[in-house]
Design a protein around this ligand. Structure first.
Ligand code: NAG
Ligand code: NAG
Ligand code: NAG
Ligand code: NAG
Ligand code: NAG
Ligand code: NAG
Ligand code: NAG
Ligand code: NAG
Ligand code: NAG
Ligand code: NAG
Length: 627
């Protein structure tokens, strides 16, 4: 009986404490060492005092209310603890003063840590409130934010928290790993958004750069390929004059995901994404970096290229040779590679070789212009003798406005991916442009050849299936039975076939790389002119065929099917006296028509010919993963 009463009493106590769970502290009403704040709404987060296992100190931290394994995601006074374990610190306090200073004090009211308000805030009657998101916000009576926890991440990014720079408030949001699992104080391992060139995230271990994400190319970090479409959460990247930041969001509060910076790992710094698996009652590691040998910074030295799927992993860029062949033979690649032929910028004979699927070089010292396009970028790089490579800076921009990033000097920390990364155009002397492509480029060709064979096989199967279906339908018609396949055909003709470009077009579809290569990276020298739809370039395909490449500028809401239909119509309407349409290229927003080039044809045809009105294609690119 007594035990029942006790249980009931405990239950009542629990209920009363739950109903009294508060989310705000105000002057004169501090948070005590034996109490907690609970975030309102879904009540996802708890803020309170804790002692890490193995420690003798007390800290103010934030952890999940519903995850049964206490997981601290933020610490206020990580370097300035209250001495003694939390059990003996019931009278320690977290308080906010009337002038908006947040502070932690021990039982004797000795302040051990404090956060001063931002200049301008502090108009009296300040309060500190734990928001739904887990953000502890100090604001004054007029609502000005004087200080917020999300501006000072610890080692963990939770939804809504940012890594990066807020130029408006001056907040530099970085992740800094704990010194050890029992010591939350800032260790030497830091993840920082570098905003000097094209923004990218670096992990530093002290003065040593351990990993870089590759720059944000408008869609993803070019060095982070392996996070296939996120399920249950998404990310956002802001790159503006006011802010450069990365953050993520979850679809609903049952999804618990966090990104942590760990000081363990082979490289001495490890970014990990964890998701809580309710069924298993455990954290599951969803993603991590660095991952492979080529994620190590500058594995192959200046102008070297790291390819984890190749043995040995290092090779030189096309047109370059090992600086020290002896060291290179012993797989000491630190010396990197040097040009086989010196550049000849003065005579203007240098050209650019395309390196596809690249994690582009370190952009810390790169020059970036988000408004330029690739053709303009090529021109600028060609003119500037210290420019050694260029690439697009913003793949989410409209064609012709995808930005320009240019590198000078040696190209550092290059790697390739089998099916990810960006196109990089590397400056070479004319003699080296004709040199044999490097091993990885050959491999890319093999991959393309294999892909083409698979597509061809699929087309044959589809063709055979079609004839089989037609025969069957004819028989069905003859027998008067309704065709059970008609629905299938209907939907097949209506859907766009996604990425299986050309499956139902008898017009070759070229990939962007082929066209870029044919036109020397849409170089200005190859430009024939500019029509109402966009610029037209002359090019030469690998088999020597001369082509005119008409890039269609943006706009319109026409879908992929309409575009395909129009292209098919043009293809069918082709007349021997007209210039032949020999292919097209659709990848994301890029839409390009490829004509046979005829030297004596009026330029007007290329520029204004065909009845094709403005088109916009949204056929997905060959799968590009996002992070
Ligand atoms: C915390 O301890 C103080 C005394 O030190 C006590 O008055 C208060 O009720 C305790 N609060 C909780 C939630 O246990
Ligand atoms: C914590 O402090 C107590 C008393 O000062 C000491 O006996 C104990 O060894 C300490 N524990 C750790 C983990 O430092
Ligand atoms: C608080 O002050 C008393 C008396 O000065 C002292 O004995 C005690 O150690 C102090 N406690 C802390 C936590 O500093
Ligand atoms: C942000 O902080 C990091 C690490 O403390 C530092 O290296 C970096 O320069 C800072 N960024 C800016 C823009 O101040
Ligand atoms: C991410 O998801 C959240 C919640 O589902 C949504 O509000 C937000 O718009 C999404 N952001 C992006 C960039 O898709
Ligand atoms: C939240 O997401 C989970 C998993 O995707 C789903 O089962 C659940 O219905 C969602 N809850 C709400 C309120 O949307
Ligand atoms: C660091 O990584 C190790 C190994 O994956 C893991 O056990 C540990 O929990 C991680 N620490 C943090 C703070 O995430
Ligand atoms: C231009 O080319 C000529 C002949 O190849 C060479 O002699 C000369 O040095 C080059 N000029 C420059 C500025 O590189
Ligand atoms: C990239 O292009 C998109 C679409 O035009 C634009 O909204 C965005 O601001 C651009 N990014 C930068 C950094 O200019
Ligand atoms: C030429 O390129 C280098 C390296 O990209 C850059 O630092 C420099 O500012 C450029 N000069 C001009 C005039 O654009």
């Amino acid at each position: 009986m007594a035990s029942h009463q006790l249980l009931l009493f405990q239950l009542l106590l629990l209920l009363s404490s739950a109903s009294h769970a508060r989310d705000t502290i105000s002057p004169g009403q501090p948070l005590r060492g034996n109490d907690t704040l609970v975030s309102p709404g879904a009540g996802s987060y708890v803020l309170g005092f804790f002692t890490p296992p193995g420690s003798n100190n007390t800290y103010v931290g934030l952890w999940y209310a519903k995850v049964p394994v206490r997981t601290v995601v933020w610490v206020a006074n990580r370097a300035d603890p209250v001495p003694g374990p939390v059990e003996r610190n019931a009278r320690a306090t977290l308080s906010v003063s009337a002038d908006c200073t947040l502070s932690v004090a021990d039982a004797n009211s000795t302040v051990v840590w404090s956060a001063p308000p931002a200049p301008g805030a502090g108009a009296g009657r300040c309060t500190a409130r734990l928001l739904d998101s887990g953000n502890l916000v100090v604001s004054d009576a007029s609502g000005h934010v004087a200080w917020q926890g999300f501006d000072h991440p610890t080692d963990t990014l939770i939804p809504g928290m940012r890594v990066g720079m807020d130029f408006g408030t001056g907040a530099n949001m970085t992740l800094t790993a704990w010194t050890s699992p029992s010591d939350p104080s800032p260790g030497p391992v830091v993840a920082v958004m570098d905003t000097t060139g094209d923004p990218e995230v670096f992990i530093w271990n002290g003065a040593e750069k351990v990993w870089r994400s590759g720059p944000w190319d408008g869609l993803q970090f070019t060095g982070v390929p392996d996070t296939a479409t996120y399920m249950g959460f998404n990310f956002s990247f802001v790159n503006s004059a006011k802010e450069v930041s990365y953050s993520f969001q979850v679809a609903n509060s049952s999804i618990v995901s966090r990104l942590t910076l760990n000081s363990t790992g082979a490289a001495g710094g490890l970014l990990q994404r964890w998701t809580w698996v309710w069924a298993a009652g455990a954290w599951n590691m969803y993603w991590y970096a660095p991952k492979d040998q080529c994620d190590a910074v500058n594995q192959c030295g200046p102008n070297g290229v790291c390819d984890p799927n190749s043995l040995p992993v290092c090779e030189c860029l096309r047109g370059f040779a090992p600086r020290s062949p002896e060291a290179w033979a012993l797989r000491d690649n630190r010396g990197g590679c040097a040009r086989a032929t010196p550049l000849d910028c003065g005579n203007g004979t240098d050209g650019f070789a395309l390196m596809a699927h690249a994690k582009v070089p370190d952009t810390t010292a790169a020059v970036v212009d988000y408004r330029a396009g690739l053709a303009e970028c090529a021109q600028r790089c060609q003119r500037n003798c210290s420019c050694t490579a260029y690439a697009n800076a913003n793949l989410s921009g409209a064609p012709g406005h995808r930005g320009c990033v240019m590198w000078g000097g040696a190209l550092e920390d290059l790697r390739v991916f089998p099916n990810f990364g960006q196109d990089l155009y590397v400056r070479l002397a004319a003699a080296d442009l004709d040199a044999a492509p490097s091993k990885s480029e050959k491999k890319a060709h093999v991959i393309i050849a294999v892909a083409v064979s698979i597509c061809a096989l699929a087309a044959i199967i589809a063709l055979v299936g079609f004839f089989w279906w037609r025969r069957k339908r004819t028989r069905a018609r003859q027998s008067g039975a309704p065709s059970k396949w008609s629905g299938v055909l209907h939907s097949r003709t209506l859907t766009s076939e996604g990425t299986s470009h050309g499956a139902d077009l008898d017009l070759p579809i070229y990939d962007l790389e082929t066209i870029a290569e044919a036109t020397q990276g849409f170089s200005a020298d190859n430009k024939l002119g500019e029509g109402g739809y966009g610029p037209v370039y002359k090019g030469t395909l690998e088999d020597g065929q001369e082509i005119a490449v008409k890039t269609l500028s943006q706009a319109s809401t026409q879908g992929p099917d309409e575009f395909k239909n129009e292209v098919m119509l043009i293809a069918k309407l082709q007349h021997r006296n007209l210039v032949r349409l020999i292919g097209c290229c659709i990848c994301g927003q890029e839409k390009i028509l490829i004509y046979e080039y005829m030297a004596n044809k009026s330029l007007d045809f290329f520029l204004f010919g065909t009845h094709l009105t403005s088109v916009s294609i949204k056929v997905p690119c060959p799968p590009k993963n996002r992070y």
